[in-house]
Design a protein around this ligand. Structure first.
Ligand SMILES: Nc1nc2c(ncn2[C@@H]2O[C@H](COP(=O)(O)OP(=O)(O)OP(=O)(O)O)[C@@H](O)[C@H]2O)c(=O)[nH]1
Ligand SMILES: [Mg+2]
Length: 219
């Protein structure tokens, strides 16, 4: 497994770097998604289920960002997708320069969809444009329906909210209606997909969204 050690980019403007990276990805026809959530919300499990359900004509690459270890990247690679592991030198987020370095260290030839599995953290990753085309966040049922109230920025900035682990709803006091109401108050345009990566319930609607958005980006 290729593991790359990254340090915070020393450039003046992260937003400019992000715009440049997006432009370059558009030219190459690569749809980059910044996947964010708290630690353990189910990012890797969700990506695994996505890789297994997407039609084989889509080549998927995953940039795994963690403070340490390569377990997530090894798992993704075992499913037949391209994967690369980056370590962030203790930092709690990825910026556009780090994302570029990680992406171009992966063999990008033929990749249609690239996911950045960001560091598990509901706060810092929301503050940085990584150059991704879309921002997708996960909130899992065990975390609670009050998280939009406590960590509003990520909910405001995301294009898509995955409410994951819905198979666990019987065991937690998670009010789905209240959660969705709180999220829509912050971000009326956000797309919301409640699903379980474990049972597969709800995955189909997400897969349809991903296929449509990828095709739109490639036009
Ligand atoms: N019941 C249930 N458990 C899930 C689901 N998705 C993930 N999990 C479990 O949640 C735990 C964390 O899942 P991961 O996919 O490793 O979460 P992650 O967000 O990638 O974690 P980090 O990379 O460490 O931030 C694991 O024990 C998974 O099996 C789900 O849909 N239902
Ligand atoms: Mg993970």
């Amino acid at each position: 497994m290729k593991v790359i050690e990254l340090h915070q980019s020393a450039t003046a403007s992260n937003d400019r770097d992000a715009e440049e990276l997006r432009k370059e990805l558009k030219e190459k026809g690569i749809f980059l998604i910044n996947l964010m959530s708290a630690a353990g919300s189910g990012k890797t499990t969700f990506l695994s289920s996505t890789i297994q359900r997407m039609p084989k004509e889509y080549t998927i690459g995953v940039l795994e960002a963690d403070i340490a270890s390569d377990v997530d990247a090894l798992h993704i690679e075992s499913l037949g997708a391209k994967a690369i592991q980056v370590h962030t030198d203790g930092m709690c987020h990825m910026d556009a320069g780090m994302t570029r370095t990680g992406l171009f260290a992966m063999e990008l030839e033929g990749v249609d969809i690239a996911f950045l599995e960001n560091i598990g953290n509901l706060i810092c990753p929301a503050e940085y444009d990584t150059g991704a085309v879309k921002k997708v966040m996960i909130l899992s049922v065990p975390e609670g329906d009050d998280k939009p109230l406590k960590y509003p920025l990520m909910f405001e900035k995301s294009d898509v909210l995955i409410i994951s682990k819905i198979d666990a709803l019987p065991y937690f006091n998670f009010d789905m209606g209240k959660c969705i109401e709180r999220v829509r108050f912050l971000n009326p345009n956000i797309q919301i997909f409640p699903l379980s990566a474990k049972t597969g319930e709800g995955m189909e609607a997400w897969i349809e969204w991903l296929k449509n958005e990828t095709e739109n980006w490639k036009k």
